[in-house]
Design a protein around this ligand. Sequence first.
Ligand SMILES: [Zn+2]
Ligand SMILES: [Zn+2]
Length: 167
Amino acid sequence: MGKRYFCDYCDRSFQDNLHNRKKHLNGVQHLRAKKAWYDLFRDAAAVLLEEQSKKPCRKFLQTGQCDFGFNCRFSHMTEEGLEKLNAQVQEERRSKEEGAEVPAGTVEDWLEKRAKRVSLAQSNSSLTEKTLVFQYPPGWPPIQDLPPSLQAPPPGGWPILPNLQWG
Ligand SMILES: [Zn+2]
Ligand SMILES: [Zn+2]
């Protein structure tokens, strides 16, 4: 017996050869099953709408089985499933609304605050200078023991050496 090809979308297997595979993968049933599979990842609202527009599949709901599977034109969704989906839709809607609920005037607020900060810094320029004094982390060795690369630049920055060449 040769290998068998199992199609996850259709939940069925068949003897694996090029002819069968081609026939199956291009078949209407397979394409519909594949679409149904990807539909599972669609917007929950769209799925809910579609499922609610279908009549429930009596066979599936009574026996838990239906030969049509994904291809069934009736809804295989149980009441519980619909409820869950509905909850998911509400949840998605809520999170979307929250995401859109950026309070108006945020940019203006930000600019206003920034302007205040800037003017405060300007009026307290002596204070800002003081806070800018370089501080070494606690526990460091004395400054003279630090390698030059770890020393704070002198006020006014490092002198630019003439003809300095980086190696
Ligand atoms: Zn298939
Ligand atoms: Zn059905």
